[in-house]
Unconditional design. Sequence first.
Length: 320
Amino acid sequence: MSRLSWIAAAGALCALFVQPVLAQTVKVTPLGGIDGEFCAQDRALVFEDPNGTRVLYDPGHTVAGGADPRLGKIDVILVSHMHNDHLGEAHIKAAGAGTCAKPDISVPTPQSNVVDIALAKKSKIVTGSEMPPFFAARLKAGGGDPADSMLARFGGSVTVGGVKIATVAALHSNGVDPLFIDGDLGKQMKAAGLTGDVGPATGYVLRFSNGLVAYLSGDTGILADQQLVIRDYYHASLVVMNMGDGFTTGPAEAAYVVNDLVKPASVIPSHANEIGTVDGKVRAGSKTEAFVKAVKVPAHVPLSGHTMEFDGAGRCVKGC
């Protein structure tokens, strides 16, 4: 056999082994307030890498603590910023409690829903800015390991369970509710209407083992970084984009980010702050409908409990 023939044969053999890995998908499961719907407080998503690593993003109010039966194994928790609808000063009693417009968020979590879940699941918490010390202190107070609160600041990354996690800029505030600040200082801050600053809010870029690169926007406005960093450097092919208006980008602004700046293969709308669906269908006249109509790529509405699967190029291949 000639040298060229041997190289060709070796390459074909390698392709046989590599192709099944590349064909594997990342599973994305929303954990919202009402099964089968996209509701006002829904933020939480679970990403499952083909290797089994599971990443929970912004559990907020709609994950019913560490005992929520929908969670399963959680290896990593990501928190984009410290507002209560992402961190969780309380959570729902159970999936289906309350209504789509107003879930029953009546179970208090003094250490935060994020920390309660991390302690129950022995998860790492990955954040940027000045957020890691907050989580380290609360993990320690709950009998956990403060080292499980991991830092990834802008321009850097950490890899957990084969998933590479980088933080990216988000244009949003990032104050800790004074109810999480003990003693007179917390009381004084509450009386003055102040929150505890923990640095800039963040988004995330995740690189999975099948090659998928996902941009999780967090709560953000329009940024030049969404082209220069998210598209040109990281080459994100799947975007989770906030679009609820008022607190974050509105439908038109969010669609501009998707269509003109990031240009992914697919998008998952997030942070609707409204009833986004009725009976699993996009509600007519909603912001969700406006966003879905405005984007030029497939928009996959995150219905709670319904798993979607994405290939390495960011295309939804199942469950959408």
